[in-house]
Design a protein around this ligand. Structure first.
Ligand SMILES: [Fe+2]
Length: 402
C-alpha cells in the first residue's frame, strides 16, 4: 500500500489529534509542541458580565504553569509564637541566623501557589523579628519593598541616609534603587512585615541585589551614615499638595520611585479619623491611597498601598477586582467574606484576596477597624488591565472600572 494511503487508513482509525499527540514525543526533543488542545485560560472574563464566573485552572499541556492563588487568612495568634521562638533561638545561637539567611523571619506562602514564596501572584510577604543589636546590612535591589511596623516601638530603617525610627503602624518604603539597612537598637525584639514585588521581578528575571555598600571611605559598610534625621520625609513631603522645588526629588537611582519613604502610623490614623464622618465608599468605607507626592501616582509603579477605616457595625458591599490584594488588620475586629468563605479577623491578622472573587469587609467590633492593603492594581492600571465591579445589597451588579 502506498505511504499516503497507509497514513489515511491510520488517520481514519486513530484520529488526527491522537496521531499528532504521538508526534509530540519527537517534537518535545526540539522544544516544540504540536497543538492538540484548545486554550484553557484560568481566568474567565467576569468583568464583562454579572455572573459569578470565577475562573478555574485548565488541564493538560495548556495549563502547564497555571496557578491560582486562594483566599487565605494567617492568624496572628498562630504565627506570632514562632516569631518569638525564632528570636529566642537567634539570641542563644553561636552563629546568628542573620549571618546565613540575610533576614530573620517567616515567609507566608499562599496555599494555591504551589509553595512559592509569595502571598499573591505578585507580592512576597515576610514577617521579620529582630533582637537588640541585630543589623540587616546595607543593600540595594530591583524589587520595590516596604516595611509595615507591628511592634509599638524600636527598630529603624535607614533609606538613602534618612533615619526612619519605627513605631507601630508606620509604613517605610524602600523603592527600587534605594540603599537601605535595618536594625534594632531597642532592648525588646522588633517585628515588622516586609512586602515586595519580588515575584513580579522574578517573572521578568529582573531580580538583583547588591550588598556592597560603600560610603566613600568604607566599602562593604554595614550601615549608611545618617544624612537626614528622623522625620525628613514628613518635613519635605508631608505638606498636603506642596512639593519642594529646592531639591531634585530623585532619591536613589530607581525609576518611578517615590521620594517619600516614611509614613507615620500616628499620622495615618489621624488622617483616617479626621475623615471618619464622611460618607465614604460603599465598598471601601474611608479609604486613602499612599501616593508619590511628586506625581500623585502610586508609590511604586507596581503596587498600590492604602489604609482604610471601617466604622463599628459598618457592613461594606461586595466588590471584585482584577488585582489581588494583601490585607493587614492594624486595628479592630470583624470579618471578610471572600468567595462565600468567611474569615474572621482581629489585630495583626493577614488576609490574601484573589483577583476573581467577590469580597466584603464587615466591622463587628465596637471600635473603628483600620486595615492596610497592598495590591497589584498599580501595575494592572499601567498595562490597561485594572477592572472592578460592585454588587449592591439588592444583588445589582455595577461596573466601577470597566
Ligand atoms: Fe531590602
Amino acid at each position: 500500500m502506498p505511504v499516503a494511503a497507509r497514513e489515511n487508513t491510520r488517520t481514519a482509525k486513530k484520529g488526527a489529534a491522537e496521531l499528532m499527540e504521538e508526534l509530540n514525543a519527537d517534537t518535545a526533543k526540539l522544544h516544540a509542541w504540536i497543538r492538540t488542545q484548545a486554550n484553557s485560560p484560568a481566568q474567565r472574563p467576569w468583568f464583562a458580565d454579572t455572573s459569578d464566573a470565577r475562573g478555574e485552572l485548565g488541564s493538560g499541556r495548556v495549563a502547564a504553569n497555571q496557578l491560582k492563588m486562594l483566599p487565605h487568612r494567617w492568624r496572628w495568634r498562630e504565627i506570632s509564637p514562632f516569631l518569638f521562638r525564632i528570636a529566642e533561638l537567634a539570641r542563644n545561637a553561636e552563629v546568628k541566623p542573620l549571618e546565613t539567611t540575610d533576614r530573620q523571619g517567616i515567609l507566608l506562602t499562599n496555599p494555591g501557589l504551589g509553595g512559592r514564596l509569595q502571598i499573591t501572584n505578585s507580592i512576597r510577604c515576610s514577617i521579620a523579628i529582630y533582637n537588640h543589636g541585630d543589623i540587616a546590612p546595607a543593600h540595594i535591589h530591583s524589587p520595590n519593598a516596604s516595611r509595615t511596623i507591628l511592634s509599638e516601638k524600636g527598630g529603624y530603617t535607614n533609606v538613602e541616609g534618612e533615619r526612619c525610627e519605627c513605631r507601630r503602624g508606620d509604613l517605610v518604603l524602600t523603592p527600587n534603587g534605594t540603599w537601605h539597612d535595618h536594625g534594632n537598637a531597642d532592648s525588646e525584639p522588633m517585628i515588622w512585615i516586609d512586602m515586595l514585588d519580588w515575584p513580579l521581578m522574578e517573572y521578568f528575571d529582573c531580580v538583583w541585589v547588591d550588598q556592597n555598600y560603600s560610603d566613600g571611605t568604607r566599602s562593604n559598610a554595614k550601615s549608611q551614615p545618617e544624612i537626614h534625621s528622623d522625620g525628613h520625609s514628613t518635613r519635605m513631603y508631608g505638606n498636603g499638595g506642596m512639593k519642594p522645588l529646592f531639591t531634585s526629588n530623585q532619591r536613589g537611582w530607581g525609576q518611578q520611585a517615590t521620594p517619600m519613604f516614611h509614613y507615620r502610623g500616628v499620622e495615618i490614623r489621624d488622617t483616617l479619623h479626621r475623615l471618619r464622618k464622611e460618607k465614604g465608599d460603599p465598598f471601601e468605607a474611608i479609604k486613602m491611597q499612599f501616593v508619590d507626592p511628586v506625581t500623585g501616582g502610586p508609590v511604586f509603579p507596581t503596587l498600590d498601598y492604602c489604609a482604610q477605616l471601617i466604622r463599628p457595625g459598618e457592613e461594606l458591599e461586595f466588590k471584585r477586582e482584577t488585582c489581588s490584594t494583601f490585607v493587614l488588620v492594624i486595628d479592630g475586629k470583624g470579618f471578610t467574606e471572600i468567595g462565600g468563605q468567611r474569615f474572621d479577623w482581629e489585630q495583626n491578622d493577614i488576609l490574601a484576596i484573589p483577583n476573581f472573587l467577590w469580597r466584603r469587609h464587615v466591622n463587628t467590633g465596637s471600635e473603628d477597624a483600620v486595615l492596610y492593603t497592598v495590591s497589584d492594581a498599580a501595575v494592572l492600571r499601567a498595562i490597561g488591565q485594572y477592572r472592578s465591579q460592585g454588587k449592591h445589597r439588592d444583588g445589582k451588579v455595577v461596573q466601577i472600572v470597566q
